[in-house]
Design a protein around this ligand. Sequence first.
Ligand code: GP9
Ligand code: MN
Length: 672
Amino acid sequence: MLNLINKIKNNYKSYLGTNILFLTFVISSLINSTLLRLTTVANYFDISPIIADFGVSVLIGSFGYLFKPKNQFKYFLLWTILFTLICIINSMYYTNYISYASISLLATSLQIVDVADSVTDSVMELTDFIYLWQIVVFIFVNIYLSKRNYYEMVSKIEVGKLRAKNTFLVGLVFISIFIMTLTVTDLGRLGKQWNREFIVMRFGIYVYQFNDIISSLEPQIIPLFGYDSNYKEFRDYYDNLDNEVETNEYTGTLEGKNVIFIHAESIQDFTLHTSFNGEEVTPNLNKLASEGLYFSNFYAEESVGTSSDTEFTLSTSLLPTSNGTVFINYWNREYVTIQKLLKEKGYYTFSMHGNNGTFWNRNVVHEAFGYDNFFYYTKDYTIDETIGLGLSDKSFFRQSVPIIQDIAENHEQYMATLIMLTNHMPFTGVVETGATDYDVDYKYTSVNEKTGKIETISAPFLEGTKLGNYIKSVHYADEAIGQLMEDLDEAGLLDNTVIVIYGDHDAKIKSSEYEYYYNYDPYTDSVLDEDDPNYQDVDYYDYELNRKVPLIIWTKDGLLQGEVDEVMGMIDVLPTLGNMLGISSDYALGHDIFSVEENVVVFPDGNWLTNKMYYNSQKQEGKLLNNDETVSIEYIEKYSQYAEKIVSVSNSIIIYDLIAKSEEDDALLTSK
Ligand code: GP9
Ligand code: MN
């Protein structure tokens, strides 16, 4: 027995002594991937992603033995750099989007240069670069080994192919153990790839990223696979859907009116209920909300396509995809849109934007979605004032009114979408150009002990912070909306028109900024300690619930008034507004908020929200919104299955172009 132990010990020592490069690669890769998970989803005690990351590193490392020892360093260094980049990019992306990066987004930004701006606008932090240690250590280990003639020594004893095969088998064993821990749901989600956090928590970052690359190729390859099963799911869903348009008190109330959508860039609902030094952040939106229909629990349902996803979901009542973006990868599918439906009723439809037309491929997509014209940037505007990404909102609106007036004089009815731009991350444009003098400090009076006089003290509060810049930027955007409403009214364009204002998504401000905001003490110019009983932290649910955006439906005659607090999503706008305008889509996945018993907002990652609960399908846990109201397991299962179904049907329509297919089949059936 003693001999056996000694033999293993000696083998163990000789293995360690002759596989230093491989072991350094595997161990450092595992440390980095675990570090990334700890600094993002923080699932400290899950063993499965560690096994998965270890297995993937061993498998990839095993191929290093196919190279001569003196060339192995280049192979391992390449993978070390790649793995380090995966960690850095995902750390950065998570900081800004509370999710993991998708190669499909890079594909998107490569096709539209400017989207890269919004990607590079992401806030980078020092912590995003801690992963670089792996490359530095790896290079030093190589220098150390070269100085000790390690490679000459190893080349005398190593049998490359055998070592590669044995190591590969060890990697396979770990991957097999890992696969045995998986459930059907896990595998299903790996296949769908839209629960990114869930996949990283269960499968580790390396499996997630490889899976993401495969699924990002989906636009090219997926239509070749899985078509039939997805088409069957699609048919089953709609064949069993009762999409009879129910009438309610709002039915037809806006029929025949012109429609002007205002796409309010990055405006979140909380700004409508915020003031600094007694001055509202959004006095104009507040006025419109009080005079019209204000939906106070309204959520954008965007994915990686941000603004363009919101345009898609609002126009079609479908959810955006998380594999690529509709506007880049799937714009040429058949969709039923508000634009097309209104055109069928004789409307002239057009869109307007202060940025160039290639951003989000709009100059192609808007025509495909049914807009008769797209007015944008230098094609139709004088770029007399730029703030941030393009023409300032105030100049954009000022120049848009005469164009609208001309269209109104030449068309019975029109539908317009005015896409705002200035209030865009990183929200510094308005501050840098001095386009607003709105203060986000905290002013208070105090008696000067020496002079006995009353003085006004200004505590810095949010001045100079990201959240402070955002608030200033929102105030500017609100001023622009106020100016637009005045100009439209002066031009007589509000008399028979409905204005629909919606925030297109949240501003992606980090929770730490809100914690500073909620816990700041202006009198001491300090922030409460986290262990102070009065400290207000911002957990995952607080953050997600705060992402809601305003939706206001307004007419000058005050026809529709009141606050609607039922939870509602962007997906519900077409059915809800359509019922008022006399249009509807058979493929709408949303609901008319005035005809649904209990509404559920489904997000592209499968999370869902009702008035009772926010459910995180990544972590399979939820938060009750009203502590004295419980929900049953069946309730959670019902909506979780519903959410998965909606996401799946929506993705299938987009990826497989199933509306075109279905219309084709129906046409074939009727022709027989
Ligand atoms: C770009 C503007 C902002 O033209 O619509 O797009 P976003 O970065 O919010 O997707
Ligand atoms: Mn946007």
